[in-house]
Design a protein around this ligand. Structure first.
Ligand SMILES: [Zn+2]
Length: 138
């Protein structure tokens, strides 16, 4: 039997640019909304797949690394220069573009690894009110 449990309602506000999409190569921001499901067996000792409180904390600790940051593909990091009367915080991803598909994949992978690779992860990440990606990891 397959059981998935999930938590919804996480949001991150991040900036990115997508040169592969004309008009979106300009740095701009989104509020990304995330829902995370984990699939596993029910632990007979606890009755849980995983305690919601533990799962919530793991997800929070992963997604906060993307919040209020500019998400930059690693290949671009040496060519990015930003300075001014503001702070510049970046999150580097190991993908060619900082698209919602790759950002979601990065987040799903980190959650999977923080949960010691015990659960399959399904992550839904919305970029704006009508566009989203669903990532199943691994
Ligand atoms: Zn965008």
């Amino acid at each position: 039997m397959k059981i998935k449990i999930g938590i919804e309602g996480f949001t991150i506000d991040s900036a990115h640019y997508t040169p592969s999409s004309p008009g979106n190569e300009q740095i701009h921001g989104h509020t990304y909304e995330l829902t995370v499901e984990v699939q596993g067996n029910v632990d007979e000792k606890s009755g849980f797949v995983i305690d919601f409180d533990i799962l919530r904390e793991v997800i929070y600790n992963v997604v906060k690394e993307y919040d209020h940051k500019i998400i930059i593909p690693r290949k671009d990091i040496s060519s990015v220069e930003l300075k001014g009367p503001f702070s510049v915080l970046t999150k580097t991803i190991d993908h060619p573009f900082a698209t919602v598909e790759y950002i979601g994949q990065d987040i799903a992978k980190e959650i999977y690894e923080k949960l010691e690779k015990k659960f399959n992860i399904t992550l839904r990440i919305s970029e704006g009110k009508d566009s989203y990606a669903v990532i199943e990891y691994p």
